[in-house]
Design a protein around this ligand. Structure first.
Ligand SMILES: Cc1ncc(COP(=O)(O)O)c(C=O)c1O
Length: 383
């Protein structure tokens, strides 16, 4: 079975983890700080706080910006639920704007139309690895006094106007995930990047229960103090050893993903024309190609997405849908009610993610496109 995504683990990665296991620390040892420094460097960030997941990183970013009950955060419906869930965990209300039809990224006008006097921030996702209109969002946020969190869980390795995502030019915090199938992996893991020292400090404090050893009694070597109510969102030395080893291959992997996405675009256009459209790009933005997200005119082809996915699976190809719009999920419907969002609903109806990962071969791409052609238009046109 060709998975829709898959991690790459080398012997060097395995040795790095084994070395860490032979060291003195399992958690919060020297690898954590080294990984944080390298990740910050790779992203051009002032600093980095590495944590146990992307969800934990979102929660810490929101908490460090003071998000609380009564506040509204504008975000996208086309994301993994964690982007909104972490705001709910702080007692705030996620407000869902609409998306651009061709990228699945937040639509700036729609974001502007959702601002109320309770809005405190914008959580913008770089969907599939394509940077959102950061300059537009930052301008809007500045004029309305809002903070910006970039959910860059798909976008490690992407860039905007030639500078890496995560450098913090346009936002108060950028959040990464290093879950198994992200652009690099630590198994589970995440990070907050920021140019703001106060945000980084607060995230580091809240990552470990709000406890600060420096705040203890200097005459009592055992002492510490707890300055705020936090969580255990720590990442381990083992995970950071893997992350450091993986980070060395990030650029090569993004380049490989770019090549494979280009190959897909070429063969899809040649074989299926407008019936299957890969996520559009935008000038000046380098897509990290986390997903091979396509929009398929299932209705026009008189096919259902479920049948096409089942047909592909029978040919040994796994696909996935990114995403069921978050406000239509049971918890959100029940709690906040749902209003139709024409762009997101249409995007969802047509969306299908094809296999894409760094170790994929070129003939895998051709195999997927041929199988998709068979499933969409039948053997008459397939090869
Ligand atoms: C856009 C987005 N945000 C947040 C997350 C949460 O990251 P994690 O799974 O590391 O908690 C994910 C994970 O899939 C994601 O895709």
């Amino acid at each position: 079975m060709l998975p829709y995504s898959r991690q790459s683990i080398s012997d060097t990665d395995i040795e790095a983890v084994v070395d860490a296991l032979r060291g003195d620390w399992l958690t919060q040892g020297p690898m954590v700080a080294r990984y944080e420094t390298s990740l910050a460097e790779a992203c051009g960030a002032h600093g980095c706080v590495a944590v146990s997941s992307g969800t934990a990183a979102l929660h810490l970013a929101y908490a460090s910006l003071g998000l609380g009950p009564g506040d509204e955060v504008i975000t996208t419906p086309i994301t993994f639920s964690a982007t909104a869930n972490a705001a709910c965990l702080q007692g705030a209300t996620p407000v869902f704007a609409d998306v651009e039809p061709d990228t699945g990224n937040l639509d700036l006008d729609s974001v502007a139309s959702k601002i109320t006097d309770r809005t405190v921030g914008i959580a913008a996702v770089h969907y599939g690895g394509l940077p959102v209109d950061l300059a537009g969002i930052a301008d809007l946020a500045r004029t309305r006094g809002l903070w910006v969190v970039e959910d860059a869980c798909h976008a490690l390795g992407a860039s905007y106007d030639g500078a890496p995502i995560g450098d913090g030019r346009f936002s108060d915090a950028t959040v990464l995930s290093t879950h198994a199938i992200k652009n690099i992996t630590t198994g589970e893991g995440g990070a907050v990047l920021s140019r703001r020292a106060d945000v980084l400090e607060r995230c580091a404090l809240l990552r470990s229960h709000g406890i600060d050893k420096r705040a203890g009694d200097p005459d009592a070597p055992w002492s510490y103090d707890m300055l705020a109510l936090g969580w255990n969102y720590r990442i381990t030395d083992l995970q950071c050893a893997l992350g450091l080893s993986q980070l060395a291959r990030l650029d090569a992997w993004i380049e490989r993903r770019r090549e494979l996405a280009g190959l897909y675009a070429h063969h899809l256009a040649r074989r299926l024309g407008d019936a299957v459209r890969p996520q559009a790009g935008r000038a000046g933005r380098r897509n990290a190609h986390h997903l091979m997200s396509t929009r398929i005119d299932f209705d026009g082809l008189d096919r259902t997405r479920a049948d096409v996915m089942r047909g592909l699976r029978s040919e040994g190809i796994a696909t996935q849908v990114h995403y069921i719009p978050v406000p239509t999920l049971h918890y959100y419907r029940e709690r906040f009610g749902d209003q139709p969002r024409a762009g997101a609903d249409r995007f969802y109806r047509q969306q299908l993610s094809l296999p894409l990962f760094a170790d994929m071969r070129e003939d895998d791409v051709i195999h997927v496109v041929s199988a998709l052609e068979r499933q969409l238009v039948g053997d008459a046109h397939g090869s």
